[in-house]
Design a protein around this ligand. Sequence first.
Ligand code: ZN
Ligand code: FE
Length: 252
Amino acid sequence: MIEISFVSAFKDNYIWLLSDGQRAFVVDPGDAAPVIARLDALGLSLAGILITHHHADHQGGIAALLQRWQPVVFAPASESITGCTHPLAGGECIDVLGQSIDVLAVPGHTLGHLAYSLPGALFCGDTLFGAGCGRLFEGTPAQMADSLERLAALPDDTLIYCAHEYTEANLRFAQALEPGSPVLAARCARVADLRSAGLPSVPSTLAEEKATNPFLRCDDPALIAVAQANAAVNAEKVSVFTTLRGMRNNFQ
Ligand code: ZN
Ligand code: FE
């Protein structure tokens, strides 16, 4: 039985920690110090690291963790990752603390970006966020739209373990697109309560994202209308996605 918890890092990163009570895996350890402190406090040894993509806030802690333990390091084959022992391209099934995890290629934020999927949980790095999605640093809008569409096909009750606490800012954008949406208003209220209590707004469920995340709703008539009023050349999902992502880049 795997337990999932988080370690906070930097301003708004979450480093997810998977544990079987004795051994642990961490996802995207951008910073080693808080991970080492938590593992020591829990009496866990680090058995492995899962990396979604090469950005420093996701892999910057690997080197220091390797000085303390000898974890396996699963990471995108096409990206430069410190200490990678198991290069992955997507499509693999890997063993994590006795649990099999599917590796998904989700290019867009970066070209080699991976997501890790187990029953009921998805670790998606900077691809899908609470009420938003990652910036397109390397991939095309079509690649990101396709990646998000494949994530959206997972079961509705899948918990979305993303790598940043961006939900409130993302919801402000979502509400600007759809000011009258009652489901968005309800999610904003829930997230505001959590954040003011010092709690994370994540993980959310995929069902919640499909109801409120504009980037998973590019076929919704209201969002098609907003996109077409701005720049979308047609009502195709990719065109709507491209326009909404561009609007998000320029928001506030
Ligand atoms: Zn990133
Ligand atoms: Fe990041």
